[in-house]
Write a protein that binds this ligand. Structure first.
Ligand SMILES: [Zn+2]
Length: 358
């Protein structure tokens, strides 16, 4: 009998989220799906195929706090009495879910205003945050783990490793004996993970540079001797080093496209997004495109290839007059930018690169 079973729960915009059933002692779920009737039905049907019921679950571990990974924790605990184990920062977020997601929401509204998103577009997209609020629940954590701690789940030892970037609470759960890791949305086979820009757990006074943190954590993961990465969406990853290389080169390409857009003169982040995505994507997913553009601008700012000028009505970015030798993902631009290419974002987990050549 398979010791690790994938159960897929439906999720708007990105098709499905993976819930991982770990057979063994204690019977464990890694991630849960969102708090929707459809996801609960899919989870229960998946357990039934294994001869199990929701009431049998003994332990639940979210890879991070996002609604599609933690939304059903409270429901599962209510039905089964399962314990919850989580990385310290995911435990903290879960305990104050409504308060923390409301803070993320108001921070993002200010961020969008500062970076040129029109008020009408902001208003038309309030549903994004309503969805986040309404498809999850607060959860209490019984076993709070620190970075590097080991927990027994489904008859194996899993090491919890903090890997923030995609979210502030991301973790890997690594089964060193089989070189397998549960990675949530840290690295996905079919889509490039986004890096959300929300208030840091411990405020530093400046905007978090989530994309820079994400890439540096991605490189740490690439250096690990892993055979199989079981992801939060889509299929497992078996060549994680090759995939990280590909993701890094995609960043390089997008940085180059931003530099090309800035040839026309300084612009705000939302206007830059208009050069990278279709008008529909930009107006329907303003939060995601602003996060994406700012993350890449951070890489370019870091290399002094771009400069930021703050005005009363927001920030503009322009090409720097000179640059120092570059060191991060945007260094050594490969080839010409793919002007006119279109990319389609998928809500919440990332940007679908497969649609890039539409
Ligand atoms: Zn996520």
């Amino acid at each position: 009998m398979e010791r690790t079973v994938r159960i897929q729960a439906p999720l708007p915009h990105i098709k499905s989220v993976n819930i991982w059933l770990l057979r063994g002692d204690p019977l464990t779920l890694i991630d849960t799906g969102p708090r929707t009737d459809e996801a609960l039905v899919a989870l229960e049907a998946g357990l039934e195929r294994e001869g199990l019921r929701l009431e049998d679950i003994e332990l639940v571990i979210p890879t991070h706090h996002h609604l599609d990974h933690s939304g059903l924790i409270a429901t599962i605990v209510g039905r089964s009495g399962a314990r919850v184990a989580a990385l310290d920062r995911a435990a903290e977020y879960g305990a104050r879910y409504a308060e923390r997601s409301a803070a993320d929401r108001s921070f993002s509204l200010e961020l969008m205003r500062h970076h040129g998103v029109p008020e009408s577009v902001i208003e038309a997209n309030e549903g994004f945050w309503d969805f986040i609020r309404d498809t999850s629940d607060a959860y209490e954590t019984d076993v709070v783990l620190s970075d590097g701690d080991v927990i027994t789940a489904g008859g194996r030892d899993l090491r919890m490793l903090a890997r923030p970037g995609h979210s502030t609470t991301d973790a890997l759960l690594v089964d060193e004996a089989s070189a397998t890791a549960f990675v949530g949305d840290h690295l996905l086979a079919g889509i490039s993970s986004n890096a959300e820009i929300v208030p840091a757990a411990e405020p530093t006074g400046s905007r978090p540079q989530a994309r820079i943190e994400y890439l540096s954590n991605l490189r740490r993961t690439a250096s690990m001797p892993l055979h199989r990465l079981l992801t939060g969406h889509g299929d497992p990853v078996t060549d994680h080093r090759g995939l990280v290389r590909r993701r890094v080169s995609e960043h390089r390409r997008r940085c180059q496209r931003i530099l090309t857009a800035l040839e026309e003169g300084p612009a705000n982040a939302y206007a830059i997004a208009g050069h990278l995505w279709s008008p529909r994507t930009v107006s329907e997913q303003p939060v995601l495109v602003v996060w994406e553009v700012l993350g890449h601008l951070d890489l370019l700012l870091d290399e002094t290839r771009v400069s930021e000028h703050k005005f009363d009505d927001g920030s503009r970015y322009g090409k720097a007059w000179f640059s120092l030798p570059a060191q991060n993902a945007c260094a050594n631009d490969a080839g010409a930018p793919t002007l006119g290419a279109r990319e389609t974002s998928t809500l919440y987990s990332g940007v679908d690169r497969s649609a890039e050549s539409e």
